[in-house]
Design a protein around this ligand. Structure first.
Ligand code: NAP
Length: 472
């Protein structure tokens, strides 16, 4: 595929191979953007600010609604692209493609709900005879940087609101999964987006990133990715708005009165969805000691039923990790935990990029797999005795995206919802639940700001005040 730069689909001599992580087969190649391309993208994005701003609300809304329809009509094609370039099985990929349709539809609707307010300027002496209002104005050029694990929907979460808000956008998708983003770019143009309003640059983040991120023409960076990359970007950004959707290490508390079957089924899926490469994936489960053995045995049994392998096979439950190197990293973390005293209850073996879904117990707090984001198919079980202990342990790390609790008792549910330190608490669902319209984001090292169509749209626009002095 080609990349979109200054209104043209362009190619470059140096191309990046996009390979299927399951068997290493070549899917396609994309151009490797150069330093000159970065400059062209910045200049083109700046020049297109007025084009983007002057699109009427109904035009922005229609472009997004039409794009949603295009993705919907080619859902299987999008799902196959997601499944081939990334880690998701075809079933998981179909769900992501359907969600991207929702995200784009919501962005089209939200464009029409972007409103300001009148301002009572005469609230204090000296403001009399003034009338006015604020409206939401586009922020200008938005730089959107996206990760590999949701290669379509997370791109939709940035492009949708940015376009709804009347912004010009530069998109830098993950190098290993650029195809879904480029296909979405094609759909937006087919739906009527003026081609100069979006620059989609394929290429390596560490090569292109610093100049893009530091350039003053970029007024906002909307980044989703790892904490380390996020920290680096924040250092480089200078004086501009940043929104950061980063990693986590999500805790679930299963209380003694919980529906254990529901907890097991939801947490197994939440731990191993997309081979665990999921920012809200379940990583630590704190279980009341009275039901620990029952939950543990059920969890092991359900995990052992997982079929891993070819992502395009309808019967496959879990695919490979994104690269063999990533699978090796997680294998090393498991080995370190075992050396420190952890027990492998099931899984732990690796073939290439395929790592078995793995359940650990007795994991010490010093183990990397306890305190860092594993971003792989591993979940740790811990017995706990009371709610204070469960809350203290769940909150003990420097992450806070989602947390979850399973209980049938309303008081316990409220106490946990109140005490869990994070951006979202799921009661009787695992941490892996998200609605694309809800405010989504984290506290501590999990991020800054909130995504979710309506909330991103607020972040990607600024209040602009108009005040009329009516004279005396
Ligand atoms: P990553 O390595 O941080 O990469 C994310 C994006 O940043 C990629 O497009 C990458 O480009 C780019 N990048 C790398 N270095 C850069 C630099 N110096 N300047 C600018 N851009 C740069 O993350 P990942 O491995 O793709 O994704 C996994 C992480 O994302 C996990 O930590 C996960 O929790 C997090 N995540 C968070 C959310 C959320 O909503 N909170 C959602 C999904 C994922 P290249 O691909 O070219 O390196």
């Amino acid at each position: 595929m080609k990349m979109l730069l200054a209104g043209q689909w362009v190619d470059r001599d140096t191309r990046i191979e996009v390979r299927d992580p399951f068997d290493g087969s070549l899917i396609d190649t994309v151009p490797a953007a150069t330093g000159d391309d970065v400059e062209t993208a910045l200049a083109a994005a700046e020049a297109a600010r007025e084009t983007a701003r002057k699109l009427s609300t109904h035009e922005r809304s229609q472009i997004l609604t039409r794009t949603a329809a295009i993705v919907h009509d080619s859902l299987e094609e999008y799902a196959r692209t997601i499944a081939r370039e990334g880690s998701k099985t075809i079933t998981e990929a179909r769900k992501e493609a359907r969600r991207a349709v929702n995200t784009l539809t919501l962005a089209g609707e939200e464009a029409k709900r972007l409103q300001g307010e009148t301002i009572p300027f005469d609230s204090f002496p000296g403001g009399e005879r003034r009338r006015g209002y604020f409206e939401r104005a586009p922020i200008g050029v938005v730089l959107a940087i996206t990760p590999f694990n949701d290669p379509l929907n997370l791109v939709a979460h940035k492009l949708g609101p940015a376009i709804a808000g009347g912004n010009s956008v530069i998109l830098k998708p993950a190098t290993v999964t650029p195809l879904s983003a480029l296909k979405l770019t094609e759909a937006l143009l087919e739906a009527g987006l003026p081609p100069d309003v979006l620059q989609t640059l394929s290429g390596h983040g560490p090569v292109l990133g610093d100049v893009l991120v530091g350039d003053p023409r970029v007024r906002m960076i909307s980044f989703t990715g790892g904490v380390e990359t996020g920290r680096h970007i924040a250092h480089q950004a200078g004086l501009k708005k940043i929104s950061m959707e980063l990693g986590s290490n999500s805790p679930v508390i299963v209380w003694k009165d919980a529906d254990l079957e529901a907890a097991i089924s939801s947490c197994v899926s939440g731990a191993f969805w997309a081979a665990g490469q999921n920012c809200i994936g379940v990583q630590r489960i704190y279980v009341h000691r009275d039901v620990y053995e029952q939950l543990r045995d059920g969890f092991i049994e359900r995990t052992r039923q997982y079929r891993i392998g070819d992502k395009l096979d309808e019967a496959t439950d879990m695919g490979p990790m994104i690269t063999e190197g990533e699978a090796e990293r997680v294998e090393r973390w498991i080995r370190e935990a075992v050396e420190l005293g952890a027990t492998v209850l099931t899984g732990g073996n690796r073939t290439g990029a395929l790592l078995e879904p793995t359940v650990l117990a007795d994991v010490p707090e010093t183990a990397t797999i306890h305190h860092d984001e594993v971003f792989g198919p591993v979940v740790n079980l811990y017995p706990v005795d009371d709610l204070d202990e469960a809350l203290a342990k769940a909150n003990s790390l420097d992450f806070g995206l989602h947390a979850a609790a399973f209980t049938r008792d309303v008081d316990t549910a409220f106490r946990l919802a109140d005490g869990l330190q994070c951006g979202g608490v799921m009661i009787n669902d695992s941490t892996d639940y998200r609605l694309d319209s809800m405010p989504f984001g984290g506290i501590k090292s999990s991020g800054l700001g909130r995504e979710g169509t309506r909330f991103s749209l607020q972040e990607m626009t600024e209040p602009k005040v108009v005040c009329w002095h009516l004279g005396d």
